[in-house]
Design a protein around this ligand. Structure first.
Ligand SMILES: [Zn+2]
Length: 280
């Protein structure tokens, strides 16, 4: 009788020699601000090779949010802020998509095919979700739970960057604040950025948050009733260290100025009284 050969199991991800799915900076930092960056990294698990991508594609905006990890490190260090960065490329699995989103694992992005993502079976998809997506979001949940338990206020900023031109169309904004049901912090930061005088600030531009296209804001911000904003910065402004430092300085100044309003005694009270949004 022939031995039964099971279908080859999907590789367990991450594998030997792969980085952990997330990086934590300043765990237990004293700041009320907590920063996350869903698209900070561009790692690909060794078992997935180069996903069949053309040379250089992983360094383009389709592979990661160019520059945002540097801004996040600046903010974490300057503000003693607990910061959680995703290490893997959004082309492996997009950590700001609901698990049922058709763009959770894309077969093409901005005109570039991703052969390693074509026709994945459920086991292969599951390996990426279990090994990369869930540990990252579980870590954010753990941090938020811990802060709540010790009554540390949390102002959540999910950091992203956007390409200066999409499909050949230039984008006028230097940065944008994104939100859905709760605009408290987003509008305050929008006004502070606009008051700088040298910035074109998008209001739910170049994207808007929705339940079908986003994960972090609905789950970690809205559902917990935390003041939150998704902040997008144009990639040419933060492509190098000098730009990342400038934005780190600027954002530190603006965010600290907002603290009394959102994380002082009145802010805490407001957060405590806020009814968490319940998805009907
Ligand atoms: Zn992003």
């Amino acid at each position: 009788m022939a031995a039964r050969v099971p279908a080859e199991p999907a590789a367990r991800l991450p594998g030997a020699g792969d980085p952990p799915p997330f990086e934590v900076l300043n765990p237990h930092g004293a700041s009320p601000w907590l920063f996350t960056a869903d698209h900070a990294g561009q790692a690909i698990p060794r078992a997935l090779g180069d996903l069949g991508l053309p040379p250089g594609a992983i360094d383009r905006h389709i592979g990661w949010d160019i520059g945002i990890a540097g801004v996040a490190r600046e903010l974490a260090a300057r503000m003693d802020a607990w910061t959680i960065l995703q290490a893997y490329s959004r082309l492996v699995v997009d950590c700001n998509r609901p698990l049922d989103s058709p763009t959770l694992i894309v077969e093409a992005s901005d005109g570039t095919a991703v052969p390693g993502n074509a026709g994945l079976d459920p086991a292969a998809r599951d390996a990426r979700v279990r090994g990369i997506f869930l540990p990252y979001h579980d870590e954010i949940t753990r941090a938020l739970d811990l802060r709540r338990a010790r009554r540390q206020p949390t102002l959540l900023v999910t950091l992203h960057s956007f390409t200066p031109a999409m499909a050949g169309v230039p984008r006028p904004w230097h940065c944008g604040v994104l939100y859905h049901r709760d605009a408290r912090l987003a509008h305050a930061l929008r006004d502070a950025l606009a008051a700088e005088g040298d910035l074109v600030v998008g209001d739910n531009q170049p994207y808007a948050v929705s339940d079908s296209s986003d994960y972090a804001v609905p789950v970690h911000g809205e559902a917990r009733g935390l003041p939150h904003v998704e902040l997008e910065i144009r990639q040419d402004l933060i492509a190098d260290t000098a730009g990342q430092q400038l934005w780190g300085q600027r954002l530190e100044r603006l965010l600290r100025a907002l603290e009394p309003r959102f994380a002082g005694a009145s802010g805490l009270l407001a957060a405590a009284q806020a009814e968490p949004y319940v998805n009907p």
